[in-house]
Design a protein around this ligand. Structure first.
Ligand code: 13P
Length: 265
């Protein structure tokens, strides 16, 4: 098969509040076994488990096969923030990605753009990859406000982040109405149009070259039937998957559907 897309593909999952220590370990062992033969030059595979599972997860999954991240992060290296997990703590257990501003944190747990911004800046300070999640609600979509919401979440979330920090930035577009059990996946055309807005905003903020270099991931009811169509889109560089990736063999199936677009076979 001919190579369709030039860069590497970003494929990852957030296991939310589902897998504990033992389940995460067996999941990662299986995922590494199933995907061990795939070149990591063309694949950035990442898993974001619960905090309690991170340390043992790192022992189960070699860094060269899977990157690990935290589902949230406090906005300081240390301090009087009961219940928070700092970037230093994430790095200590081998996680170098901080998932920030997931819709469940914004809309269920009340996280604001300002809080997300403080976390993005802190992740950059400590050298973590910030995976900034943004997305409009169904109501905002219905009112034709999706692009305005995305631009605001980006500009507010990235406020004060310099070019150096942007080098380690990933952005996940996850429309709130597309996520979870009752979610309806975005069509590839709708997702691409929003990714185009995100890309333009990033090039406005960081210039053409740096803006183009930020990986943009789509998330929200990705499944084996829509993964390839989404990833073929020009501005979709990766997929951030929930339910369809929580079984290692199903995730492996999606990975193998997508990889031929990135590798000469
Ligand atoms: P689902 O794929 O289960 O809709 O979840 C997506 C998600 O929230 C990834 O962060």
């Amino acid at each position: 098969m001919t190579q369709v897309k030039g860069k590497k593909v970003y494929l990852g999952t957030n296991t939310k509040m589902y897998k504990g220590v033992a389940d995460t370990a067996s999941y990662l062992e299986e995922l590494c076994r199933l995907t061990g033969d795939l070149s990591r030059e063309a694949l950035e595979l990442f898993v974001i488990p619960s905090f309690t599972a991170l340390e043992s997860a790192r022992r189960c999954a070699p860094r060269e096969l899977v990157r690990l991240g935290g589902q949230n992060m406090g906005w300081a290296g240390e301090g009087p923030y009961t219940g928070e997990i700092s970037p230093k703590m994430l790095l200590e257990v081998g996680a170098d990605i901080a998932e920030l501003g997931h819709s469940e944190r914004r809309h269920v747990l009340g996280e604001t753009d300002e809080m997300v911004n403080r976390k993005v800046l802190c992740a950059a300070e400590y050298g973590l990859t910030a995976l900034l999640c943004i997305g409009e609600t169904a109501e905002e979509k219905a009112r034709g406000l999706a692009d305005e919401v995305l631009r605001t979440q980006l500009k507010a979330g990235l406020y004060g982040l310099g070019a150096g920090g942007a080098e380690r930035l990933w952005v996940a577009y996850e429309p709130v109405w597309a996520i979870g059990e009752h979610g309806v996946p975005a069509t590839k055309e709708y997702a691409e149009a929003r990714h185009d807005t995100i890309r333009r905003t990033l090039t406005e903020l960081y210039g053409e070259q740096a803006g183009q270099a930020v990986p943009l991931l789509y998330g929200g009811s990705v499944n084996p039937d829509n993964a390839v169509g989404l990833i073929r889109m020009e501005n979709i560089d990766g997929l951030f998957i929930g339910r369809s990736a929580w079984d290692a063999s199903q995730f492996n199936r999606i990975i193998r559907q997508v990889m031929p677009l990135y590798m000469n076979k």
